[in-house]
Write a protein that binds this ligand. Structure first.
Ligand code: ADP
Ligand code: MG
Length: 489
């Protein structure tokens, strides 16, 4: 049944900007403060007060636009969107309507087939957040917290170009990664600093006319967005298959039942009565302003991904993991300025480093070992002075406790260095050869498997200290020599 249909999906993503102040009002915009302690008269639109544009919010929106290859609008005006809702103290929201700060552009996602797909954007605009209604704190009552009212947001709106729930999930992941790289939003969906509404419709496979769209709200994780869209597609297909029509409406996702329920029929656009905000002047963005921001743009995850693959020759998987967040990418990139063993460096960061950070839920920013120390560790292993297991299981944990001791001193104190002096290793080999003449004869008669046992003996006698590669080759040499000797005599 499903094959008959194609789904059409467009996302509207709100990202709360990590700024000190609100979008148009002077008060602090910190998350988690006591209810209604961060509300000025501007936010409440008391007579005589006037909003003022927070320049830093404009910076954030432009940066996002530049990262998305959007056109930056040089002169935009804010609009007043009027509606009644208890959490909206002014009775209207200041937003952008006809002239969003950024237009068009695209974001790139990786499809499950391993291709890149450009997802076209409609717009990115600036607006203020509403307050919060709290329904569960007091039985039978709704409490209002206006701290969030007026907090700066950007809304990223895609064109209806997504086709599957997985694509929507990837796009949201890409947006989250980007806002974090740009350091403009913490990207936390659970706390609501990143919110996503999904517009979903279905149409017959070969149709070119979109179906009626339904807007789904109230998903508070990326996974829920994917599940909500999956459910909604199935529901709409069932409606059509029954011969009914899909109703344009807003539906709410219920995570407990993994279903969507009607909230309200879609308000007609004219209901909002958008009109130019009379209390704000037009926002004029100069070329210099844009160029300044362009120059300040950090390298973004896709650029790091490419660098890690092209320059450091890493597999795609490593490049993805290491470019997932900016701090990890920066750390790894710095590490690669200090060692040329890129794959070993990647294994260290993805293995022991991440294990430590995950266990203590730390960010790599607070990782006790600077890249230089890790580079020294890698170099000791690569030069054969330390086995990887000794380095990662003994020296590394010791270093985490006492990073100031330094790699060399600590390895010496803990007596971890491998013996790679061939004369000393040869002496051990000779000792073992002398103890097991019968085994050597067996080896000579073709039981090559004996080598492992003899190696084990050499390692044991050195208390695991000899460099295995060196010991192995010396042992082989001696065994082959014995054989030659046997033939000659
Ligand atoms: P509104 O605020 O009324 O929801 P927006 O313009 O902000 O309108 O958002 C429209 C969103 O709906 C966009 O993401 C767009 O891609 C998407 N969309 C438009 N038409 C369809 C459709 N037929 N099916 C699915 N999504 C659609
Ligand atoms: Mg909408």
């Amino acid at each position: 049944m499903r094959e008959k249909y194609t789904a059409v999906i467009g996302l509207e993503v709100h990202a709360q900007l990590s700024l000190q102040r609100k979008m148009f009002a002077p008060e602090v915009a910190a998350y988690g403060a006591l209810p209604n302690t961060q509300v000025s008269t501007v936010t409440l639109a008391h007579p005589g007060t006037l909003p003022r544009i927070n320049k830093q919010a404009v910076d954030c929106a432009i940066k996002m636009g530049l990262a998305c290859h959007s056109v930056i609008t040089r002169e935009s005006i804010f609009a007043r969107k009027s509606y009644f809702y208890p959490d909206l103290p002014k009775g209207y929201q200041i937003t952008q309507d006809k002239t969003p700060i950024c237009r068009e552009g695209y974001l790139t996602i990786d499809t499950p087939e391993g291709c890149e797909k450009h997802i076209a954007l409609e717009r990115i605009h600036l607006e203020e957040d509403a307050g919060k209604s709290l329904h569960d704190l007091v039985e039978g009552e709704t409490l209002l917290d206006f701290n969030r009212a007026g907090v700066a947001l950007i809304e990223i709106v895609t064109k209806p170009v997504l086709r599957t729930p997985v694509e929507a999930y990837s796009l949201l992941g890409e947006i989250r990664k980007l806002v974090r790289y740009l350091n403009i939003c913490d990207g936390n969906m659970e706390e609501g600093s990143l919110r996503c509404d999904a517009n979903v419709s279905v149409m017959l496979q070969d149709s070119s006319i979109f179906g009626k769209r339904v807007e789904v709200k109230n998903m508070n994780s990326m996974r829920h967005v994917q599940l909500a869209i999956e459910y909604e597609i199935g529901r709409q297909i069932a409606v059509l298959d029954r011969g009914d029509m899909v109703v344009s409406e807003t539906r709410s996702y219920n995570a407990a039942t993994n279903t969507t329920q009607p909230m309200r029929t879609k308000e007609l656009l004219k209901d909002y009565r958008y009109f130019p905000e009379p209390d704000l002047p037009p926002l004029v963005v100069s070329e210099r302003w844009i160029e300044g921001l362009r120059e300040s743009m950090p390298l973004l995850s896709r650029a790091y991904h490419k660098k890690f693959m092209d320059i450091y020759q890493l597999p795609a998987y490593d490049a993805t993991v290491l470019s997932e967040d900016r701090d990890t990418a920066l750390y790894f990139d710095e590490l690669c300025q200090l060692t040329k063993h890129y794959k070993a460096a990647s294994n260290w960061v993805m293995g022991p480093v991440r294990a430590y950070l995950n266990e203590l839920t730390l960010s790599i920013r607070t990782f006790p070992l600077p890249p230089l120390i890790l580079a020294e560790l890698i170099s000791l292993v690569e030069q054969g002075q330390l086995s990887f297991s000794t380095a990662s299981q003994k020296l590394y944990p010791a270093l985490l406790n006492q990073p100031e001791k330094g790699v060399w001193a600590l390895a010496r104190t803990l007596d971890l260095f491998q013996e790679s002096d061939t004369t000393k290793i040869q002496a051990l080999v000779d000792e073992v050869m002398a103890v097991y003449p019968d085994k050597i004869a067996a080896y000579r008669n073709g039981k090559k498997g004996i080598l492992g046992m003899l190696m084990g003996e050499v390692m044991k006698r050195s208390q695991g200290k000899v460099a295995p590669k060196v010991a192995n080759s010396l042992l082989l040499q001696s065994l082959e020599a014995t054989q030659d000797h046997g033939i000659v005599s």
